[in-house]
Design a protein. Sequence first.
Length: 642
Amino acid sequence: MKLWEAAYAWWRTNLRRRLVISICLTIALILLGQTLVTLSEEMTAIDHGINSDGRVLAQSVAMASIELMGRSDERPFQHVIKKLGRQIDLVHAAIVDQNGKIVGHSDPSQIGKNGTRYGALSLARPAPGLIELVTGPMEYFVTAPIARGTEVLGFVEMRFRSNEGRKRAFWIIGSTGVMSLFWFVVGGTGAFFFVRRVTRPLGALAQAAADISEGKLDEVSIREPRFLDDVGVLQVSFRKLVEDLKELDTSNRQLLAEQQSMNLHLQECVEEVTADLRQTTNYLRSVFSCIDEGVITVDMDGIIVQANRGAFRHLSGLGWPKKGTPLAGLLADGSELEAGMRRALEEEQKCVLEITAEAKAIVGETAFPVLRGLRELVFRLAPLRSAEGEVLGIVVSVDDQTENRRMEEGVRRSERLISLGTIGAGLAHELGNYMSAIKGFSHLALQQVSEGDPLRPDIEAIHEENSRAVDLLDRFLLFSRKGEVVFHDVVLDDLVRESVDMCRFQLKENGVEFVDELGLGESTIVCDARLIKQVMINLILNASDAMTSREEKILVVHSEPHGDAQVLVQVKDSGTGIAAEHLERSFDPFFTTKDEGTGLGLAISHQIVERHGGALSIESEPGKGTIVSVGLRTAGPKGGKL
């Protein structure tokens, strides 16, 4: 490969070599083509002549065999074939009678066997190729009928070889080669001197151009041409151009000296202004970076020019406000943001947008914590103007109100729970005695009434409904008083599996398929096992109830480590899902979408998880199922009341 590269470099770096080699190759190709045409014509004629001679010879054998046909003695035929073999390089020859029987053959062992019957005419043979004629002796195959009048008595077939074509081909190649060498030498010599006449002045011009490009204008010298042809005119024009360039170079040097003096003065002024601008820029950049609210500047095409640290923090988990990326690409559905940007540019007025977006994964590299789930963002877009009042782009401020909204919702929920606790305390005080009395008397009545008594079903219904009322009262009391909570180390996966086993009967009744994706192994957390088990049972039963009307009923319980010193347990179902307008009220007491239910299960579960320092969240889409996530700390509180 290196040899080929060196040869190619030697050829391409010199115009004279390329032209001479190209002309010589053209002459060689012409001579080669002419030689091949001549050789092909000669070889075709020779082949045709040999083939014709063979046919004549075969017909002579056929004529000699007319009188011998019908005899039982094959010796006359063998005599004819031996005589034929002395005349040509015979491969084989055969004489076949009209019945296809061989009566004479160059190989006596073939006499008496069945041969091939041919037509009245000799078989056509395709013309051989030029390579076949040159590389060795050619074989020819001819046939001739043995006929007396119109009666065909038999056939003669003959296969023979001939070196005539090869000898003639070598003679033509030799003579043509000598002639080609003569014209090649003559043409190459003429091409060399012709090319030298053209390329010599061009080489001088190329060298002069190279010197000019390297700044050696003073060393350039162009001689007067000997002939005023096209190349001579080019030399004269180039010489005039060089003289003009020298004059222009002298003038430019004078201007350059003056410009350098001016540049020194301007540089001093620029350095002073740059130092002031750098100081001002650093000050503004520091202020811009320290603003807690996210600030993004965008050009007229909606492309981000700059973003402060606050913008990365408020958009963490949603978008990566990188310089050079579109503003609308910060959100999965940026159509509303893009429409607000156009409105701010067209109306040249401030525009405020409140957008709810879902943070599913971290986009880009960020050191800020990501608040997953739905995020409440407030975007304020205002035109960015220059000192002359021209609109240069947009200033966008972004503020994540998710935590504030959640805190407000938590405060409202706490207020509702406090009110509910007060109501529960009042109900416990007013109704406790009545419920206990009814429970006691109904229990005594059941003991006194026999199994067949018609009043027994009514008394059982009274006792059962009263027991449910007492259970409901106990749930109220969870909000009105603090109970003792005992924290200890618990293997969370084992606790979740125990909760599933306690619900196994109802899952089987509803035809629910359970999928175990618990991945914490033997990892433990600090919690009250009784309360956490109550939370898990409530979530599993809710998921089972949500899949009652579905054909595909799959319950998946998943656990995994989540962040530092945290674990995540998720209960996923393939149920009907929760409508968006009901999702925000899922943790409100007495709110339920079931036909039968108290609406206290999720409220109590939420309070239990918060008491453990964790978080309970719900993700749902109508028709696709619900995911309830329970986040717990591995090291919880050491004790207290709930």
